[in-house]
Design a protein around this ligand. Structure first.
Ligand code: AQP
Length: 337
């Protein structure tokens, strides 16, 4: 029986070995919650990962590692459809249709491309990196997703998805659901612990500001304890004047379920050191079992692979139907079987 629940779709790249705290709090945590209320599709987006130079053996290992981390974070293959993007060829096929619908100008305005291509050095970026947001459009539209749980940095790509869905529907007839971003205010953007003016990111200039979930817990604790705050001493949520402290309070609040107001009251009159020491402990309590669970999934690659194969089969059933409708609408002659 097809599900009557609203549908969500999201993906994560297997580019770095470990997920970082921004990936988890900004996206994956919401994925886990949404599998209870939504018809949820989640994928490891390996096709996106090859838009930057990659080592083949590392990519294969990181794809399994990403799936293992998603399971360790709480995704349940009985409650959601978990798969690897390249196992569903319809993604690349619909992306071509979307490439032919998107304007060169609108693709050029994507700020993530500008940032990522700048990091690659002028002239080194690939065409794949340029059209990456269009592949993302196809990823989402294939599943007729109602909502897309992501961090703030992806908002522009969801807007592009909405524009292209509207354009296609307007030109060829109602085909795609127009999706909405699902971005929680509190965790929309987790900031670098050393430079709270930039988002926590795996390509940060210094690893000290990046919390990798698979780091040794001692390293994690050390990074939290040396987080940049400010010269004041008051523990107060004020993103404009106290971005470092506010970032720590957001992280603390989300991981413990305590409200920011409760935390402000709890730490009234205390020093930053007390907040950091306690948050370091909270972080260690969170990452320690996460690391163990991830390793357990990795220790049994056969089970992991067959679980991903089942996920791909479920995903393909939906994706193939949407792709066939899109091919038909644009006027591609059906192949005779
Ligand atoms: N700092 C963050 N705060 C909140 N959400 C974040 N996300 C990433 N960083 C933060 C969200 O994580 C999901 C998966 O992201 P991805 O696979 O696209 O990873 P990424 O964007 O490549 O991760 P980085 O570290 O940000 O990579 P670089 O350094 O290459 O740009 C997405 O939903 C994203 O919003």
């Amino acid at each position: 029986m097809p599900s009557t629940r609203p549908r969500v779709l999201s993906g994560i790249q297997p580019t770095a070995g470990s997920f970082h705290l921004g990936n988890y709090l900004g996206a994956v945590r919401q994925w886990v919650a949404l599998q209870e209320s939504h018809d949820a599709f989640y994928m490891v987006v390996d096709l996106h990962a090859i838009t930057v130079p990659q080592d083949p053996a590392e990519l294969r290992a990181n794809t399994r590692l990403a799936a293992a981390q998603l399971l360790a974070a709480g995704l349940d293959p009985e409650r959601c459809t978990l798969f690897v993007q390249s196992h569903v060829p319809e993604h690349a096929q619909l992306a071509w249709i979307m490439n032919c619908l998107a304007g060169f100008g609108e693709a050029s305005r994507m700020t993530q491309f500008k940032d990522k291509s700048a990091k690659q050095g002028a002239g080194n970026a690939t065409v794949g990196l340029f059209t990456y947001p269009i592949l993302q459009v196809a990823d989402i539209l294939l599943y007729q997703a109602n909502e897309v749980p992501v961090g703030e940095d992806q908002r522009q790509h969801i807007e592009l998805t909405r524009d292209l869905a509207d354009r296609f529907n307007g030109r060829f007839g109602e085909t795609f659901t127009v999706p909405a971003p699902y971005i929680l205010k509190e965790t929309a953007k987790i900031y670098d612990l050393q430079d709270p003016s930039i988002k926590m990111s795996k390509s940060a200039s210094t690893p000290k500001g990046l919390i990798n979930l698979l780091d040794d817990p001692k390293t994690t604790a050390k990074k939290v304890k040396s987080a940049v705050t400010d010269t004041d001493t008051v523990i107060k949520y004020d993103t404009e004047n106290k971005p470092g402290v506010s970032n720590l309070l957001s992280i603390y609040s989300t991981l413990t379920g305590k409200t920011i107001a409760d935390l402000e009251a709890e730490y009234e009159g205390k020093m930053y050191g007390a907040l950091k020491t306690d948050l370091a402990e909270v972080m260690v309590e969170f990452v320690t079992p996460f690391r163990t669970r991830t390793q357990q999934y990795l220790d049994d690659p056969e089970t992991l692979d067959s679980l991903l194969a089942k996920g791909a089969e479920k995903a393909r059933a939906v994706a193939a139907e949407t792709l066939a409708a899109a091919y038909d609408r644009v006027g591609l002659l059906p192949a005779k079987h």
